[in-house]
Design a protein around this ligand. Structure first.
Ligand SMILES: C[S@@+](CC[C@H](N)C(=O)[O-])C[C@H]1O[C@@H](n2cnc3c(N)ncnc32)[C@H](O)[C@@H]1O
Length: 271
């Protein structure tokens, strides 16, 4: 009974290891890129290792959450939940396992600070850590973050209120309904971070929905593009989309640009 899931798990680990090896062998740093746009972005933003004052806010929150022993019931609407199982987990374990690691949170913050998107969305709030990194990158912009698990969303809201993050709004419910409802209320979308429901079909559907309100200066970021063969396939489809010009594969995340007048090019970037 147990053998098959264990075998599947081992096969997935092996697949991920091979995928990471392939990435390491093909990844380049700024000196391997001939696009002035990408070179500057790597130099000034992606590889900027200086410490920003704003980092301390989500990082203190993360610290506090990893010591939070409260238990909540998870409603899982995303990948890995073929059955809608209700599971009890501590806030501390969610903070340790679900929130993006500091180096990726910091990266999101720097990218927002660079591009100054006004209308931002994030699919997958969890406890609100990555939403904070992004929202603090442009306090004049508006971050709308989506979460389907009511008890997780309640803690995230509590965090935003405590911190006074007034440019973040949380929309609760399944992305399958809430995303389109929100998109219907806005004219343009400058920034998208998709970090939930890591499966190809919904990821591509959300991507297409977002494209309807995106424009040539929009930036779209996809998390876990090499998490599974299915997600790797979604990433291939995204890269091949006619509206997509430049993509950066940082292994954990994929960054997508729709810039016009730019040669279509896909970069694998060491990060
Ligand atoms: C990896 S966590 C997000 C982590 C967060 N971005 C961070 O780094 O702090 C993904 C979240 O997406 C939510 N989610 C997954 N599928 C969903 C769906 N179809 N609708 C709404 N929420 C969903 C999960 O409940 C989970 O909290």
């Amino acid at each position: 009974m147990e053998a098959e899931p264990v075998a599947n798990f081992a096969a997935m680990l092996l697949w991920r290891a091979k995928s990471y090896l392939r990435y390491l062998l093909s990844a380049r740093n700024r000196h391997g890129t001939h696009s002035p746009f990408v070179y500057r972005l790597l130099d000034a933003v992606i590889y900027d290792s200086s410490v920003k004052d704003a980092y301390s806010i989500p990082e203190n929150l993360r610290k506090m959450l990893t010591q939070d022993g409260r238990s909540i019931t998870i409603t899982d609407l995303g990948a890995g939940s073929n059955i809608n199982t209700d599971r009890v987990r501590t806030v501390a374990s969610i903070a340790r396992n679900s929130a993006k690691q500091p180096r990726y949170g910091r990266l999101l913050h720097r990218l927002v600070h660079e591009f100054r998107p006004m209308e931002m969305i994030e699919l997958g709030t969890s406890l609100g850590v990555s939403a904070l990194y992004q929202a603090l990158g442009n306090p004049d912009g508006r971050m709308v973050t989506f979460e389907g698990c009511p008890q997780t969303a309640a803690i995230a809201r509590e965090n935003f209120t405590k911190i006074g993050a007034t440019n973040i709004r949380l929309i609760e419910g399944n992305f399958d309904e809430t995303l389109q409802n929100h998109l219907n209320t806005i004219d343009r979308l400058d920034w998208v971070f998709i970090d939930g429901n890591h499966r190809s079909e919904p990821t591509l559907r959300y991507f297409e929905q977002c494209l309807e309100k995106a424009h040539p200066e929009s930036v779209l970021i996809f998390d876990d593009i090499h998490w599974s063969p299915d997600m790797a396939q979604a990433w291939q489809t995204i890269k091949a989309h006619p509206k997509v010009t430049v993509t950066l594969d940082l292994f954990q995340v994929g960054i997508v640009f729709l810039r016009e007048g730019q040669a279509k090019q896909d970069f694998v970037i060491r990060y």
